[in-house]
Design a protein around this ligand. Structure first.
Ligand code: NCD
Length: 315
């Protein structure tokens, strides 16, 4: 299988080979090293244009994709924010037509987040330039999964003999739908899936995670899981996908990861979170060596820079 990524869309990681993922990680590592040394990246994207289409709220994915482009000397098209009301999607234009239109307008790469599952794929079907899925509703979030596994490997080293707890809204959270299978591919041996019963990991994702011979334990007992874990990946209960406030209130605050919990169960466990946090991750962890979420954010810029440079054929 070729490891070239030039011209490829990043819609779902199941379509990328291990060699391609390694290539992204190697380049992200080089970019991070360069930046830490001289506070700059090479101008690989000079004269190239990125279009950001974001129809759901975002701070990190929107910010770091745009910043990665700018750090590589590239340009940003006028941003399509709230695209379902502010672009011609509001007039009934299809994602396919939006993709082909931006391709004609001399854009080089598109990054899109939209609430509809499958929207990024449809945009890519119409586009003749690469498309990055920055989150399609409850579907996938490939760039987040890449930066998650990149960060975990940098902190822990080889993930082969690790146990990982995925915690929170495993039903609606697209981050765990994509990073669960990727952690499995990187050799994680055992997962605890901890969630309220209503928010359990979909069966199809569990099946993908099991493909690598991984042991999966579904439980509601966070303390027991943490005692045996090297890493806990906490997620927000995804309020926007609930039918009513009552349903959300019934599960909100089900689990809280705080310093006292770590002290009681496993003072060495690493803590990851894609952010934003609501009430599931206490700020008293922020300054502890357990917290990897700052690193996730920083690495997000370099992983996304690597993706942009590789899929546009800039490197
Ligand atoms: C996540 C997302 O949008 O899926 N955030 C992110 O991209 N860093 C997680 C979330 O919104 O809870």
């Amino acid at each position: 299988m070729t490891t070239s990524l030039a011209g490829r869309d990043i819609i779902s990681l199941s379509r990328l080979g291990n060699g391609q993922i390694k290539k992204i990680f190697d380049l992200a590592r080089d970019f991070r090293r360069m930046f830490d040394r001289c506070h700059a990246l090479p101008p690989l994207m000079a004269e190239k244009v990125l279009a950001l289409i974001f129809d759901q709220p975002s701070t990190r994915t929107y910010g770091s994709t745009g910043i990665a482009m700018v750090r590589l000397g590239g340009l940003l098209a006028p941003p399509f924010i709230a695209a379902s009301v502010a672009s011609s999607l509001a007039k009934g234009e299809t994602f396919e037509d939006m993709g082909s239109s931006l391709s004609e307008m001399t854009v080089d790469v598109i990054a899109m987040r939209h609430k509809k599952v499958g929207s990024a794929q449809r945009l890519a079907n119409g586009a003749s330039i690469p498309v990055i899925n920055c989150g399609d509703g409850t579907g996938k979030h490939p760039t987040q999964a890449l930066l998650d596994v990149f960060t975990a490997s940098r902190s822990i080293g080889i993930l082969d003999s690790c146990t990982v707890t995925l915690l929170g809204d495993l039903k609606n959270g697209r981050t765990v739908h994509e990073n669960g299978p990727l952690f499995g591919r990187f050799g994680v041996q055992r997962f605890f899936l901890v969630s309220p019963p209503l928010l359990a990991m979909p069966k199809r994702i569990v099946t993908q995670m099991e493909r690598h011979g991984t042991t999966i334990i579904q439980t509601q007992d966070l303390e027991a899981a943490l005692k045996e874990s090297d890493l806990v990946y906490a997620t927000r209960i995804q309020r926007e996908y609930f039918e009513s406030e009552e349903e959300y209130d019934a599960v909100r605050g089900s689990y809280v990861v705080d310093a006292a919990l770590l002290q009681r169960t496993n003072p060495n466990v690493k803590v990851m979170h894609p952010l934003p946090r609501v009430d599931e991750l206490a700020t008293d962890i922020d300054k502890l060596p357990n917290a990897l979420y700052w690193e996730q954010m920083r690495n997000g810029v370099f992983v996304r820079a690597a993706i942009l440079a590789l899929i546009t054929g800039a490197i």
